[in-house]
Design a protein around this ligand. Structure first.
Ligand code: IPE
Ligand code: IPE
Ligand code: MG
Length: 253
């Protein structure tokens, strides 16, 4: 069975790909008697820090859940402020990303965004297309079920067109049509804000990911907190179905 396992602690104990649900912005603001959007704004600063940590540690990819396909259910005012914040961040940060050799990729159903936002997303991605450092993936209007569904639909179209047959459908083929195709699967998943659930994040790609939950609210998730998560990851033994003894033996080999 092929798992795109990228790190089994045999090397430097550092994940190649970290995926984060940045949760707790609203509660962070509430505790300060501020509007929820103040928490989202503070969260953008934490994103900058997290990007810096990943770049410094040589982590290859960082995927951040910024807006879920279910977040449209929030009050219209919060949704529109979040869209404004996203737009502003894209406009402001693209230059900085490029200067830091960070490549940006947005995953999710962007057809629901305004034409203006869609253009800005395309421009931001194009602006740092040639960067070779950290790959920053932002999941916006993303849902794990949407991802698997759109992959299935694409494969169905190929079959209808006579380009594929049902027997060609393998786990690797499905992966090819998902949003994270070609990127090592996340080694470490972090959720801040105390909730212990996936909330329809990367369902396909988290099959063998190590999970880390913390009570810390996203705006407070500083470098030390991120390093604690990385330290927890480094202590784990990833077995991918094998026994602990087998893993130890293959390390020595
Ligand atoms: C996460 O913070 C950010 C988004 C979902 C956009 P929340 O806004 O969910 O914060 P809490 O969970 O209400 O504290
Ligand atoms: C998940 O957080 C989505 C993002 C962080 C963007 P939510 O706060 O929306 O998740 P639920 O609804 O509490 O599960
Ligand atoms: Mg939340």
């Amino acid at each position: 069975m092929s798992h795109k396992k990228s790190n089994n602690n045999s090397e430097n104990g550092m994940p190649r790909h970290v995926a984060i649900i940045m949760d707790g912005n609203g509660r962070w603001a509430k505790r300060r008697f501020l509007p929820r959007i103040a928490g989202h704004r503070a969260g953008v600063e934490t994103v900058r820090q997290a990007v810096r940590v990943c770049a410094e540690k040589g982590i290859e990819a960082l995927t951040l859940f910024a807006f879920s396909s279910e977040n449209w259910r929030r009050p219209a005012k919060e949704v529109s402020l979040l869209m404004e914040l996203f737009l502003a961040a894209l406009q402001r940060e693209t230059r900085r990303l490029k200067d830091n050799n960070v490549r940006l990729k947005i995953i999710g159903d962007r057809s629901a965004f305004t034409p203006r936002l869609q253009e800005e997303i395309a421009a931001a991605e194009a602006g740092c297309r040639d960067c070779t450092g950290l790959l920053l993936i932002v999941a916006a209007n993303y849902g794990g079920r949407w991802d698997i569904t759109q992959a299935a639909r694409c494969i169905g179209e190929q079959i209808e067109a006579g380009k594929l047959r049902a027997v060609d459908i393998t786990s690797d083929l499905i992966e090819e049509y998902t949003s994270l195709h070609g990127i090592p699967e996340p080694d470490l998943f972090i959720r801040t804000g105390g909730e212990e659930r996936i909330s329809n994040f990367l369902l396909w790609h988290l099959a063998y990911t190590e999970f880390y939950f913390t009570e810390i609210l996203w705006p407070d998730f500083d470098t030390a907190a991120f390093e604690a998560a990385l330290a927890s990851f480094a202590r784990r033994q990833r077995r991918f179905g094998r026994t602990g003894e087998q893993v130890e033996q293959s390390k020595g080999a």
